[in-house]
Write a protein that binds this ligand. Structure first.
Ligand code: NAD
Length: 297
């Protein structure tokens, strides 16, 4: 299939490479020439703007952009995709944005005959490179079926979450829970160790008891508990505190619009925000344990 891909950054770059590996041909665009070069070196064809890409012979366009304002500009800007794309061309936005914007863009696309899916991912840059991402997909069942073979070239778990915007709903709900659970594990681990327990023994008890969760058994924030978690390498790599902060912002904003309480989500947002303001925004989000232990741990 001839596919257009816009947004070739940390996630989009390796995702696009996997589409090439799967035998698709690619028309690509990004604002950063070096990111485009990586793809053209691998066989993709570069275009000068979203408008040019929309006018090329693509059957499907995928976008992987930083935030909602970039998605709005690329799709709905004066020289954006929707102003130039032929009816029938399919659209997939994999950026993590708020569900309301996702629904607005999908409705605008539908009005001119372009089926659109929101398909945010989890799995990070490692999953993007390995082609093992989880896709949370919002849109019609028929469009989901149609998109599955292409998404399968970039991901392992591909879940239909319901109508337009519901992929983003799943993503913000999951990441809000992750942000909260990491703080809970950090608090419990710090308390247990301060009261005299060995961190590994405590983690072992938690991980075979009712406190067990992904933040405790796969990504434990306490240094020395897991050899392969960011805590074992000074909290480098992994999922940055500022990315977690962005997702918690999406969750609290969506909650405000839906008039739903997110008491712990809002508190978690404040804690990551103050950690980021201390200059730790680049560290993996599990470094939030340093709010309890101090940076010496
Ligand atoms: P990134 O900043 O590395 O890449 C974004 C790319 O979009 C950049 O190359 C940038 O030049 C390009 N871009 C921005 N505006 C553009 C425009 N108007 N036209 C064309 N290109 C434009 O970001 P990323 O880490 O690849 O993340 C992309 C999305 O995936 C974000 O929404 C992020 O929240 C989400 N996400 C990231 C991770 C992760 O671990 N990095 C994990 C899951 C989801």
């Amino acid at each position: 299939m001839n596919i257009g891909f816009i947004g070739l950054g940390n996630m989009g770059g390796p995702m696009a490479l996997n589409l090439l590996k799967a035998g698709h041909t690619l028309e690509v665009f990004d604002l950063v020439p070096a990111s485009v070069q990586r793809l053209t070196d691998a066989g993709a064809h570069a275009l000068a703007s979203p408008a040019d890409l929309a006018r090329s012979q693509v059957e499907l366009i995928i976008t992987m952009l930083p935030a909602a304002r970039h998605v709005k500009a690329v799709y709905m800007g004066e020289d954006g995709l929707l102003a130039h794309v032929a009816p029938g061309v399919r659209l997939i936005d994999s950026s993590t944005i708020d569900p309301m914007t996702a629904r607005d863009v999908a409705a605008a696309a539908a009005r001119q005959g372009n089926p659109m899916l929101d398909a945010p991912v989890s799995g990070g840059t490692g999953g993007a490179a390995a082609g093992t991402l989880t896709f949370m997909v919002g849109g019609s069942a028929a469009d989901f079926e149609q998109a599955q073979p292409v998404l399968a070239a970039m991901g392992k778990n591909i879940v239909h979450c319901g109508g337009a915007g519901n992929g983003q709903v799943a993503k913000v709900a999951n990441n809000m829970l992750l942000g909260i659970s990491m703080i809970g594990v950090a608090e419990a681990m710090n308390l247990g160790v301060a009261l005299g327990m060995d961190a590994k023994v405590l983690a072992g008890v938690i991980n075979t008891s009712s406190g067990r969760c992904w933040s405790s058994d796969t990504y434990n924030p306490f240094p020395g508990v897991l050899d392969n978690a960011p805590a074992a390498r000074g909290y480098s790599g992994g999922f940055g505190t500022d990315l977690m902060l962005k997702d918690l912002g999406l969750a609290t904003e969506a909650a405000k619009q839906a008039r739903q309480p997110v008491l712990l989500g809002a508190l978690a947002q404040q804690l990551y925000q103050s950690f980021s303001a201390q200059g730790h925004g680049e560290l993996d989000f599990s470094a939030i344990i340093q709010l309890y232990t101090g940076t010496s741990q």
